[in-house]
Ligand binder design. Sequence first.
Ligand SMILES: NC(=O)c1ccc[n+]([C@@H]2O[C@H](COP(=O)([O-])OP(=O)(O)OC[C@H]3O[C@@H](n4cnc5c(N)ncnc54)[C@H](OP(=O)(O)O)[C@@H]3O)[C@@H](O)[C@H]2O)c1
Length: 210
Amino acid sequence: MKIAIIGAGNVGRTLGLAWAGKGHEVTFGVRDPAAPKSSALSDASNGRVSVLDVPGAAARSEVVVLATPWTAAKAALSTAGNLAGKVVIDCTNPLKADLSGLEVGLDTSGAELIASWTPGARIVKAFNTIGYEHMSGQSFGGQRVSMFLAGDDASAKQIVADLAQELAFDPVDAGPLSNARLLEPLALLWIDLALRGGHGTGIAFQLLRT
Ligand SMILES: NC(=O)c1ccc[n+]([C@@H]2O[C@H](COP(=O)([O-])OP(=O)(O)OC[C@H]3O[C@@H](n4cnc5c(N)ncnc54)[C@H](OP(=O)(O)O)[C@@H]3O)[C@@H](O)[C@H]2O)c1
């Protein structure tokens, strides 16, 4: 698939390089494609990824991954151009700066706000409930980590489920996009367990079935 990654930080870089390794056509959309860190991205992938500006990356892709800080999400999307019809994977978490809670929640979610900013885009909330260190998959001794997906477009969710499966995750349909109201606090639980609870970042959620 043609995948644009907006936000080439911890999450975006990990997912982009992992999917490029699986043969997808990955383009990073960055604010400064001429910066040395942009060419470092291409070098890290042995030239398998491209680096363009944000609208250029989005225009050539069918899937757009949003992996910016929450505070930058609206501005990044506003530069991305028309995303109608594209699958947008929302990896962001609307965290307070001190990680003490969420900026939005209960009666809406970051993902629903993102949907309101991108008319016609097929938003799927995913890749927000595990640390970036383990987003390229296969780090838990053969145990498959659950990847919860929330979205209102079934075919978009299937595309994201397939992409998650390629990285060795167990995709779990977590319901409509409004269930991002549940997944974003779940990310907060992960952060609390990892950073305050003494478990470290080598943890992940798994849905067990009888
Ligand atoms: N870190 C994790 O383990 C983790 C796990 C799950 C979900 N998340 C969520 O994923 C998101 C990204 O986290 P991260 O840790 O990857 O953050 P990060 O390392 O700080 O990377 C954020 C990236 O966003 C880019 N960016 C900022 N504003 C932009 C804009 N207007 N247009 C294009 N790119 C822009 C930054 O680019 P510049 O270099 O130009 O500043 C940077 O490369 C956050 O919402 C976070 O809550 C993080």
